[in-house]
Design a protein. Sequence first.
Length: 218
Amino acid sequence: MEINALIQTIAVAALPVIFAITLHEAAHGYAARHFGDPTAWQLGRISLNPLRHIDPVGTVVLPLAILLFSGGSFLFGYAKPVPVDFGRLRHPKRDMLWVAAAGPLANLAMALAWAMLLKLAWTLPESSFTLPLTEMSKIGVITNCVLMVLNLLPLPPLDGGRIAVSLLPHALAWRFAQLERWGFPILLLLLFTDVLGAIMNPLVRFAARAIESLFGLY
């Protein structure tokens, strides 16, 4: 990718990517406080301000590096995890599901919001404003679909793993939760062997197309 094109891609992608990553984490904090755990609130992490959730490596360096080395075809990153003390939830095992699901639901809400902006950009007269908004909105939809699908995979410590732990009977839940120490290495293995892409790509395409159909974005 040429340097000018890369700079343009970064400029357009920065806002939707940062919000997709950081508001995902903020949603966990909001849900945790609602269900009885004020840990994130006490640490000032319940905020819509992305600066409170940005991890210098995971939110800035890693996405830029992946964008650069993939020629702009792939993007991945993470924010500072919001601290949740599941033991302080009113009903720890049951409420864990909703705290975990809050992040992917936030990504779904943002994907829908970016789709609305894309529809708006298509209805406005073409200008120097509508083209960047169109490209930014497209990236917002796909980025949030990717993060939603990724985090719903049933692998601790991903949100899908926490949801599975919440739903499983106690004995099975405890055993399944032990996978958490191996979760990140397993995820990297799946990523570098292209298994992760084979699992996620159809699901991401399905989610994106469903949202596009909902708003008539053909």
